[in-house]
Design a protein around this ligand. Sequence first.
Ligand code: 5GP
Ligand code: MN
Length: 342
Amino acid sequence: MELSRPNIETLREMLAAPARKIVTLSHTNPDGDAVGSSLAWAEALRRMGHSVTCIVPNKYPYYLNWMAGIRDMVIFKHDDEGRAARAVAEADIIFCLDFHSLSRLDALSDVIAANTTAKRVLIDHHLNPAEPFDLMFSYPESSSTCYLLYRIIEELWGTASITPTQAEVLYVGMMTDTGNFSFSFLTPDLFRAVAALVETGIEVPRIYNNVYNSFTEGRARLFGYVINRKMRILRRGTVAHMSLTEEEMRRFWFQQGDSEGFVNYPLTIKKMKMSAIFIEHHDFIRVSLRSRGDVDVNLFAGRYFNGGGHRNAAGGKSFDPMPETIARFERAVDEFAAEGLL
Ligand code: 5GP
Ligand code: MN
């Protein structure tokens, strides 16, 4: 993965002007990579004397609460004082981190659309960025936005500039988006980056425990329930789907973040190629998809659920009730298979 020299120099010039007002934005249902990249980038920019507001559309999952600086992020959904709208209106530069289309911001996208003067910079690793940006760092071959950001920081200021707090939040994004270093794009350069983060003194087992071993009892029981009672297997064991209704989630004291990782589990079954989970929200159903190898769930999500993501991890939405959503998925799977895509 080679970063574009001219882009790095353009970014350097943009940041050279003193005391800019900067906003970082990341996607709805912010995950470790979204939060980690926002916090690490904010620290770097503040050190240069810029003033930075980190905004996310809704709350991050509770297992990220421990991350340094996370409480200063503005959560648009609960932002009764209008801090997000003010920061966006005044911004000189808006950094879009870890998403490829303003539609991933839900209601926050209207606020962004209202500011037509700020420079917009994309730093992201999803396929097919949708909107025009003034400057784009779009690298789908990067395993996480945090790794991409690490490489940008390396080019701009060298890795010696990375503090232990930055290293910790960058590591969170690299770890979570690669499924603890088990998915795709695990390059030697990624592990060299991890080595540089570890050099700063971060404690890898503590970070792992904070993220992966900090769930509630309700989450563990909900997981058992969904795998045992709700997993359906199709096409001779190669496709699985699961669903959760609001009523079922209430029964297990559901908190946002509790279903994280469920969709990966069917892929632990030998021969499984694709897994889906449908999670009911107030006015739509969130669809999460995972696959192994050549099965392209980015394509699947775009075609059937108006979404996207990466080849092996994607998502979208359905505005139909649960039974229709599941029936639509099963028909789509058959169509996909008939085209030799599964
Ligand atoms: P997750 O299943 O973890 O929510 O999302 C997996 C991947 O799919 C992420 O990279 C995410 O950005 C992408 N994704 C999830 N939901 C949507 C969606 O509604 N639209 C698009 N375009 N991408 C999505
Ligand atoms: Mn990411």
